[in-house]
Design a protein around this ligand. Structure first.
Ligand SMILES: [Fe+2]
Length: 380
């Protein structure tokens, strides 16, 4: 029998880097946080990069305005080159909007100046715990093969994962939930797994769930089906948390079929979630979201009504996101162009009636969509 994986409590205090060119806020932060961290400080973006390239750093507090770079710009470089470092944006009221933009680019939170000590310590503690959770999951994904084994091996691996995950941040080991917990109990773990693999994967899955649920009220779905649609859309690419490096849209580039890429992920994802006891519709969405109306999709070549309706909806939602999201080396389509492109594939890639409804609903909601569609960070 395999013993549960319990994360070791950190033996050394985490390292926190304060990036701020103004002595006042820098000194305030270092004075408050010194008892809990090994503290480093940088007065510019270039000095911060030098530190990051020379030694391990766990958490960063990042001022918005630096003499040589904007904080948001530096955040993106840090999340690209040092994805495992968690960043807290530090901001005044005047630049709050850009700090919130930082959250969409992977910042763990933002802190308003002047600092409220209680809020500061609370946010920093939450961020330390988040990093512990993601580090644990990254290590698990790199080293455990059980998740990808037989159903019984998978069930055992999920139980280990859940036990270790739930132990983080607890001083005593309370009994862990069973892996057949309710979806809402499992959601934090599943969301963190996507983020541990790649923040961009989490962003994509979140947006696809949002787009898919826009349709939920426009068609005749039961409440249970609506819930399965939201969860299945969120987990549709869970098969990509496997050992292969996540490549956004490698297989779905603009649904044109030009790139073959990773065609295993729907099947892998469907098998991966089997031990969790999720509703059958959720597994179907994961397994069938790349099937096409005319039978030319993968991995099973299902067609028309043979593809479950919820999977047909998620197929549309994920294609829309691939068309409109900012990706490395490719310009996103406008919402109108993306809808036009999708209508051109109605009857081949997509169910005609759903395509008409989806593109109509998307255009009705257009005002709130552009900001979501640009919330990606480079994956490679
Ligand atoms: Fe996919």
């Amino acid at each position: 029998m395999t013993l549960p994986v319990i994360p070791e409590p950190a033996k050394n205090p985490p390292t926190l880097l304060v990036i701020d060119d103004e002595a006042g806020p820098r000194d305030a932060l270092t004075a408050i946080l010194r008892p809990f961290f090994t503290l480093l400080a940088a007065e510019s973006a270039s000095a911060a990069i030098d530190i990051l390239n020379s030694r391990p750093v766990d958490i960063i507090t990042l001022d918005q305005k630096l003499p040589d770079r904007q904080g948001l710009d530096l955040l993106q470089e840090i999340k690209h080159d040092h994805a495992e470092v968690e960043v807290i944006m530090v901001t005044g009221y005047g630049s709050l909007k850009s700090a919130m933009e930082g959250i969409r680019h992977g910042a763990a939170g933002y802190l308003l100046k002047p600092f409220n000590v209680t809020e500061l310590l609370s946010l920093v503690n939450q961020t330390v715990e988040k990093k512990q959770r993601l580090d644990f999951l990254r290590h698990f994904l790199r080293t455990s093969t059980g998740l990808w084994g037989s159903e019984s091996e998978g069930a055992q691996a999920w139980q280990q994962l859940l036990t270790g995950y739930q132990a983080i941040g607890k001083s005593t080991h309370e009994p862990a939930s069973r892996c057949e917990s309710t979806p809402s109990q499992l959601l934090p773990l599943l969301s963190d797994l996507l983020e541990a693999k790649d923040r961009q994967l989490l962003n994509h899955c979140s947006r696809v769930s949002f787009y898919a649920t826009l349709l939920a009220n426009r068609i005749d779905l039961t409440i249970a089906e609506q819930k399965s649609l939201a969860l299945g859309a969120f987990l549709h690419d869970i098969g990509k948390i496997g050992p292969e490096t996540y490549q956004f849209a490698e297989d779905e580039i603009a649904m044109s079929g030009e790139s073959v890429g990773n065609r295993l992920h729907p099947e892998l994802g469907g098998k991966l979630v089997l031990p969790l006891g999720l509703p059958a519709e959720v597994g179907q969405i994961i397994a069938y979201h790349h099937e096409r109306w005319d039978g030319s999709g993968y991995p099973y070549g299902l067609q028309e009504e043979g593809i479950p309706q919820l999977a047909r909806i998620v197929c549309l939602a994920q294609a829309f996101d691939h068309l409109t999201a900012e990706l490395p080396g490719r310009s996103p389509l406008s919402i109108d162009d993306a809808c036009q492109h999708m209508r051109a594939h109605a009857g081949t890639h997509f169910e005609p009636k759903l395509t008409e409804l989806f593109t109509r609903v998307i255009q009705e909601c257009k005002a709130c969509l552009p900001a979501m569609a640009t919330a990606t960070t480079p994956a490679d």
